[in-house]
Design a protein around this ligand. Structure first.
Ligand code: COA
Length: 352
């Protein structure tokens, strides 16, 4: 057996398919460029959730429902927000989700996640909270609630692309957790909280902040190749590189690269990221001939989240706003099967 369960199929899904060889992700049969160009985050969630959280879901309908859910979540902040003051953002997120009722619906959970992130960010900077604007998209309102004023449309478009391409990614650790919780017939709120907890580790949803730290350190290094070689020889993991599924280019990174390129002044940072990617490939080939270590989605994700103005300690929580749509879709799909997930272990302890 393999400790990481790689290659083990544990569910059938109609939600998405990632194909490493073809370098593409499809959600309900739509590829990423189609989703980014024609559906946006709310339209993508409508596709994902259709048949699970309702029938005939639409982008406009979900934009409205998420807006109403944000307003409701905002009015419930006093239940838990004081407990989160002075704590790291990830602990605050855990508190906010733990306070959602077992009756919470899919839209209420996405609305709660969005408002939770904005509120925790404002509180962490001692800034007064801004009430949601229910007429806006999730991306536009999150930026507005955080920055305190309506966001530049270019930033909104970039964050919407980010949420769209990150909404769902198959059976990663957090999504699998959501399915396990849902399979016990626990509530959707419990499935989302469980998924959040699995998500926060640095090898998963916790990666984008440290990835930006790594890019900064690489930029400050006098000799990039020597710096990379020292890290790899010390057995350190290079954040933003490697992936269980994508062994070549990650199509989500490409979508974000295009969104970033449209933001103009970031060209310098993008060029440096490309240089790091090229040098990692060269150093790996020198140190471990025949091995590859391709960049994953996190470098572009970190640059994008930085560019739209989120501090790096908030990257994981912002990522979760998009990804919770996928957790919910999988939890609902698992619940429909009615089957408890209960694998086996092989005993290797003292003789019995
Ligand atoms: N930096 C350095 N070495 C890496 C590496 C990285 N980012 N990712 C994998 N490796 C090495 C492993 O140490 C392993 O080496 P070994 O065989 O000599 O022990 C080898 O490459 C094969 O690793 P593999 O089993 O294919 O990787 P994985 O499936 O266990 O790990 C990740 C996948 C994502 C957890 C891993 O690549 C990683 O830790 N990346 C950095 C964190 C990150 O960016 N996460 C976000 C993912 S979207």
């Amino acid at each position: 057996m393999s400790g990481g369960l790689e290659g083990v199929v544990v569910a059938e899904t109609v939600l998405s398919h990632s194909d490493s060889a073809r370098g593409m992700v499809w959600l309900r049969g739509h590829d990423l460029p189609d989703l980014v160009g024609n559906y946006g985050f709310e339209g993508t969630v409508a596709l994902l959730w259709d048949g699970f959280a309702g029938d005939g879901l639409t982008r406009a309908g979900l934009t409205e429902a998420f807006g109403a859910a944000r307003v409701a979540a905002f009015s419930g902040l006093d239940v838990w927000l004081d407990l989160a003051r002075g704590r790291p953002l990830l602990e605050g997120g855990r508190l906010g989700l733990a306070c959602q009722p077992d009756t919470a619906t899919p839209t209420q959970l996405v609305g709660a996640m969005t408002v939770t992130v904005a509120a925790l960010l404002r509180v962490s900077k001692d800034m007064p909270l801004l009430a949601p604007d229910p007429g806006l998209s999730t991306a536009a309102d999150l930026l507005r609630m955080w920055h305190g004023s309506p966001a530049d449309p270019a930033l909104v478009a970039a964050l919407d692309t980010y949420f769209t391409v990150m909404a769902e990614s198959g059976l990663n650790g957090s999504t699998f957790t959501a399915r396990i919780v849902a399979s016990t017939r626990a509530s959707l709120a419990a499935a989302v909280l469980g998924a959040w907890c699995a998500f926060t580790g640095p090898l998963h949803g916790g990666a984008p902040g440290p990835t930006l730290d790594m890019l900064d350190a690489a930029q400050a290094a006098p000799d990039l190749d020597a710096w990379l070689e020292a890290k790899l020889c010390a057995g350190e993991r290079l954040m933003g590189f490697g992936h269980r599924v994508f062994r070549g280019n990650d199509p989500r990174a490409e979508a974000m690269r295009q969104a970033l390129a449209q933001m103009g002044p970031l060209a310098g940072r993008l060029a440096f990221a490309s240089r790091v990617e090229a040098r990692v490939a060269a150093v790996i080939e020198r140190l471990k001939p025949g091995r590859t270590l391709p960049p994953n989605v996190e470098i572009m994700a970190a640059l994008l989240l930085d560019a739209v103005g989120f501090p790096r300690e908030a990257f994981t929580a912002v990522f979760a706003v998009g990804r919770c749509a996928g957790w919910i879709a999988h939890a609902l799909e698992q619940a429909q099967t009615g089957r408890l997930i209960r694998p086996a272990s092989k005993y290797v302890g003292p003789a019995i």
